[in-house]
Design a protein. Structure first.
Length: 78
């Protein structure tokens, strides 16, 4: 509206969907924390939570490739 966003009630969210929402939120929060803290461990945790990455070993490979491809834009992750 003209006074900004208004909350919209959706009622009780089923457990399955609530779990998916919380997992996505955790992935996004860890990604932001990894960036600001320069934390490789948090970036790896974030990618491991991402539903498109199946396991931690693959997440590590993806993360290392992302770091290499974006070295000039990202902070050094320790």
């Amino acid at each position: 509206g003209c006074n900004g966003p208004r909350p919209y009630g959706v009622g009780k969210i089923p457990t399955f969907y609530k779990g998916m929402i919380e997992q996505q939120f955790a992935y996004e929060r860890l990604t932001v924390e990894a960036w600001f803290e320069g934390s490789y461990a948090k970036a790896l945790q974030a990618l491991t939570l991402n539903r498109t990455i199946i396991d931690a070993k693959k997440a590590r490979k993806v993360l290392d490739a992302l770091i290499e491809a974006n070295r000039e834009y990202w902070p050094e992750l320790k």
